[in-house]
Ligand binder design. Sequence first.
Ligand SMILES: Nc1ncnc2c1ncn2[C@@H]1O[C@H](COP(=O)(O)OP(=O)(O)OP(=O)(O)O)[C@@H](O)[C@H]1O
Ligand SMILES: [Mg+2]
Length: 520
Amino acid sequence: MTSDPAVIAAAADAVPEVSLEGIVKRYPGVVALDGADLSIRPGEVHGLVGENGAGKSTIIKVLGGIVPADAGTIRLHGEQVTRPTPSVISSLGVRFVHQELSLAPDLDVAETVFLGQEATVGPFLSRSQMRRAASNFLESYLGASISPTRLARDLSPAERKLVQIARALVDGQARVVVLDEPTAPLAAPQATQVFEAVHRLRDAGVSVLYVSHYLSEVQTICDRATVLREGRTVAVVEGDDLHSASRLIELMAGRRVDELFPTAPHPPADTPPLLRVEHLGLDGAFDDVSVSVRPGEILGIAGLPGSGRDALTDVLAGLRAPTRGRAALAGRDLPRGSRAASARRGIGLIPRDRRGSGVVLDLSVGDNLVLAALRSVSRAGVVNGREARSTARRTVEALGIRTPSIATPARLLSGGNQQKVVVGRWVAVDAPVLILEEPTVGVDIGAKTEIYRLVSRLATVGTAVIVSSNDTEELAGIAHRVLVLRRGAVVADVDTDEADADRLLALVTGLERPEEAVHG
Ligand SMILES: Nc1ncnc2c1ncn2[C@@H]1O[C@H](COP(=O)(O)OP(=O)(O)OP(=O)(O)O)[C@@H](O)[C@H]1O
Ligand SMILES: [Mg+2]
């Protein structure tokens, strides 16, 4: 960022690198974009913010030539682009990292990084050179060591995102890079690598469009930001307006948003545990985890990727069988390694990989919402349609899910709204234990508040809630206690009355000595 007024004035006068004017995009029953404008100056990092469904991904797809606009003009480097197609746009130097993590599952990392770039780099590289180049780029540019021969389908969401970013940048020809929620699946240290990559791009004179629900990210790395609301550009902010979170939120929501974290009361100290975990271990993932959760208690789980956090929730949810130890619900051992049996025992799960196992994209919003509640809306295996529909409508209302109707296929909803559908599904069931993994990744501040409110409401009525999250602020805000895992071991079990987000982050990353934090 420069603070030289003469340089700033020159940039403001320069022909915008990208200029979208009056973009309209209608879908059946939805106006996704209603005359939106977006202008990016040469060499600036420009933020794009807005609530779920505001039209952020759509305007990016219009710019990318993936989605045709019904009206409006696109100019790149001052020239109008009359027929935007992905290849025309790409040849003009605009690169995209889309929000979706869709990679061809059977290609390896090197092939994925270079796919479609044969014309610029491909023919000059042998297979082994390609592998070396891919892994060098990932390592040096994104600080990620990912073997170039691994298949896309075996990568974690974070690794997939990093490969997707590498793919957009590897040819070094980008003039404009568009990043749609790039850090959503990433943990803090990896997100930092992405910020560094953004800074490097800016230093090289490349313009960046940065979409994120993490307003603090946008405030830190962007020079200006466009705020979209219901398909329209409501403001382009910089300076103090950009750096005021309440101002941004107000612009996004069109209203003031109050307190983010509601507080669920601690359950009485003499409440016996509902879920009791003793010396649980899974080879190669974690060992000797003992913890108990009482009804009405919200237990957070913190830990970097590879800390064993995901494996632990997998075991608790029945997705994988433990190697050692036991987990019991209300005194009875839980099934080992059967998700279906665990669900029947009342372990609800809102999984981290929502595209894979969360939302059934081809089903309607309504069917998705009643999927887990099927038993409560059916008698003797016959679904009561009316009851199912009214359950679904109630959930849509309660979570503010933006959908034309409950009959709309889930695939047509925006990313964040799909997420609310997954959360809503388990809310409709009275599961005694609910495990939520990354419950608010990709959801806007309004929906976040709704989800936190729901979690605390569930706890208040006696659900034992487990929240596993990358976001230490979220854990500090919503959980009563947080279990911190590092390299497969529990390094702390702290009360959030005593540990704030920074303290949790220090524990997670190991920048603090663990001994003083362990208690109980
Ligand atoms: N292919 C489609 N068919 C029908 N409706 C769509 C389609 N794609 C998007 N929409 C609708 O257009 C609106 C804007 O969606 P978009 O994905 O652009 O939102 P977004 O701002 O990216 O939200 P999020 O923060 O949740 O990612 C939403 O109401 C969405 O349901
Ligand atoms: Mg989006």
